[in-house]
Design a protein around this ligand. Structure first.
Ligand code: ADP
Ligand code: F6P
Length: 328
């Protein structure tokens, strides 16, 4: 049976927003128009599919958004989409709106939903990796990661000033969900004294011995980068444990939080998003469905959703050791 010709595509952003998502939307819209396709923006990710929140997009709809953080289409976490019946409604709404194919910009959770839409209904979907966490298999970098680490680095540089002025040890919590990419890159770039990431077992006694060693070498302050979720909680829990062992140290905890998700995207994120948006539309035109489009070693790579969802981008654990060596 021949497949229906693609005349109109949809685009949505899902999961946690990431700087560069707007640049990806712009690229999808402009590449589609270049190829004589119509474009519908879906508002609030999978919620918009279920609630028929569609809007026609023209070239001017995406003017001047390349430098803006967030997503003009808005994003959401949509638990209902895990329900097969709701995905059927989403599919029917897409058909009713004459949307023949879909570009999903999001993280691995979003791709799990996209994969089910593709498999259950044979609906053409292509994914673009957009998350600050950089944890997605099939691309060297995800859209938003570069901006997020630059935001984190600039915040930690500022904390370093106060740490030095007041002889304080700062425990700085960064995001990343289950992945240590943001923590490790931020630590290396700020010369942090220690880094705690989920991929490497945390030994509080060893951390304390590092801190005592640093003090003996006349280091009067320090930065310890803690990935969220570390040691069952995060920086607060780690700092409390250290405090019981080193009660005389002055310590503070700072959680960088959602500032890491905001702001104008970096040059790298704008370029990556622009290329991936373009390649995602090309993939749909070429009939490559059920895949995520990524960039590896400057080449466009198509990874089946099954693989992109079941595997993870891994940190280089040697970098953890290197980070410590360089802060001696
Ligand atoms: P991210 O895409 O950034 O990883 P989430 O994990 O929150 O973010 O996933 C975004 C959305 O994708 C969810 O709110 C849900 O709508 C959809 N989703 C996630 N996992 C599944 C799943 N197993 N089945 C169907 N939909 C899912
Ligand atoms: O996936 C992006 C991310 O910012 C993670 O780093 C973090 O764990 C999570 O989203 C936070 O999500 P929320 O904003 O829903 O609390």
């Amino acid at each position: 049976m021949s497949r229906k010709k693609i005349c109109r595509i949809g685009v949505l952003t899902s999961g946690g927003d990431a700087p560069g998502m707007n640049a990806a939307i712009r690229s999808v819209v402009r590449t589609a128009i270049y190829n004589n396709l119509e474009v519908a923006g879906v508002i609030r990710g999978y919620s918009g599919l279920i609630n028929k929140q569609f809007m026609s997009m023209q070239s001017h709809s995406v003017s001047k958004i390349i430098s803006q953080g967030g997503t003009i289409l808005k994003s959401s976490r949509c638990p209902e989409f895990r329900d097969r019946e709701m995905r059927k409604i989403a599919y029917e709404n897409l058909r009713e709106a004459c949307i023949d194919a879909l570009v999903v910009i999001g993280g691995d959770g979003s791709f799990r939903g996209a994969n089910l839409l593709y498999k259950e209904h044979g609906y053409p979907v292509v994914g673009i990796p957009g998350t600050i966490d950089n944890d997605i298999y099939g691309t060297d970098f995800t859209i938003g990661f570069d901006t997020a680490i630059n935001t984190a680095v600039s915040a930690v540089d500022k904390l370093r000033d106060t740490a030095d002025s007041h002889n304080i040890i700062f425990f700085v919590e960064v995001m990343g969900r289950d992945s240590g990419f943001i923590a490790l890159n931020t630590a290396i770039a700020t010369g942090a004294e220690a880094t705690l990431v989920p991929e490497v077992h945390t030994d509080i006694d060893k951390l304390c011995s590092y801190m005592e060693l640093d003090r003996r070498k006349n280091k009067t302050s320090g930065i310890i980068i803690v990935a969220e979720g570390e040691d069952g909680g995060g920086a607060i829990e780690v700092a409390e444990k250290v405090k019981t062992r080193l009660p005389n140290y002055e310590m503070r905890v700072t959680t960088l939080g959602h500032i890491q998700r905001g702001g104008s995207p970096s040059c790298n994120d704008r370029v990556l998003a622009s290329i991936l948006g373009h390649e995602a539309v090309n993939a749909l035109i070429q009939g490559r469905f059920g895949v995520m489009v990524g960039q590896m070693q400057n080449q466009t790579v198509y990874t089946p959703f099954d693989e992109a969802c079941s595997r993870h981008n891994e940190i280089n654990k040697n970098w953890h050791e290197i980070s410590r060596i360089l802060s001696l």
